[in-house]
Design a binder for this molecule. Structure first.
Ligand SMILES: Nc1ncnc2c1ncn2[C@@H]1O[C@H](COP(=O)(O)OP(=O)(O)OP(=O)(O)O)[C@@H](O)[C@H]1O
Ligand SMILES: [Mg+2]
Length: 265
């Protein structure tokens, strides 16, 4: 929350304009308008099924493969519309990375997990890959713990270490935005604290958007908070969006207040 004082001065990294999302006939998101600030942490909160993951996945076109999916409105990344036909989706996914709920290291060594993306994007030189692996494991404060186990299977690491490895893997392709969908919900409190600390640290360089069911987590780490709910047709709507301080201390909408005080959800 140390960005709080200057959050309003920050540049807009992602802008959504009148976004609707349909899965076949079902409308999952309705008229989402949201400016996401660069180098800050934005938390998306709201009850189960209100479309948080659906919205997050729109930011790097991860919903594209779902049959019958349709997106209306605009999503701009640095002012460029990412759903335009000429958008390079491979490049988009490099710029906007994702960390999932359950740690999902690839079934390969610690080293290869980090080197995988850079190799895929054309980096072949061993010394360069060594540097990338070391730099990114250091970025997630995992280097000291795993530097002697680089060739061991990533699946043998503890869950908290696996999740930091997955964050390092996302960082290794040098993204600008990192999406995290309930990335601490499978972790114990201690590992959760480590990942939260990491998020705050990474937000100096990266734009971070998290989905969380933990009000405490949203309040602890985020600069901006978006509260989503459902309309009468069960489509997800953005009820209220503001600084985390405002949303938690002075919510304007009754539904936001009820949710953050635990009256439903
Ligand atoms: N691939 C899909 N096909 C059809 N409907 C889907 C699909 N994915 C999600 N939905 C529906 O869209 C709505 C929003 O789902 P979404 O997973 O985005 O909610 P959420 O807020 O992330 O919920 P949770 O907190 O439980 O993770 C739900 O009604 C869900 O059933
Ligand atoms: Mg979800």
């Amino acid at each position: 929350m140390d960005n709080l004082n200057n959050i309003s001065d920050k540049k807009i990294k992602i802008k959504t304009e009148g976004v609707n999302l349909f899965y076949g006939d079902f409308q999952a998101l309705s008229n989402i308008n949201m400016d996401i600030k660069e180098c800050a942490i934005t938390a998306i909160i709201g009850p189960s099924g209100c479309g948080k993951s659906s919205l997050l996945r729109l930011f790097n076109r991860m919903n594209d493969p779902i049959p019958g999916v349709k997106v209306e409105g605009k999503i701009l990344l640095d002012g460029i519309s990412i759903y335009d036909e000429d958008m390079d989706v491979v490049q988009l996914k490099k710029r906007v990375g994702m960390v999932f709920q359950k740690p999902n290291p690839f079934p390969m060594s610690v080293y290869d997990n980090i080197a995988f993306g850079p190799k895929h994007h054309g980096i072949k030189q061993k010394s360069r890959l060594d540097e990338i692996v070391e730099k990114n494991l250091k970025q997630v404060a995992l280097w000291d713990e795993v530097k002697d186990k680089l060739n061991q299977s990533a699946l043998d690491l503890a869950p908290g270490q696996q999740q930091r490895l997955c964050i390092a893997r996302a960082l290794a392709v040098e993204p600008e935005v990192i999406l995290m969908d309930e990335s601490c919900s499978a972790l114990d409190p201690e590992s959760t604290m480590e990942v939260e600390k990491l998020m705050v640290d990474l937000a100096k360089k990266y734009t971070i958007i998290i989905v969380t069911h933990s009000m405490e987590q949203a309040a602890r780490v985020s600069d901006m908070t978006a509260f989503m709910y459902m309309n009468e047709n069960r489509a997800g709507i953005l009820v209220e969006y503001g600084t985390t301080e405002q949303i938690f201390a002075r919510p304007k909408d009754k539904r936001t207040e009820d949710y953050i005080t635990g009256r439903f959800g």
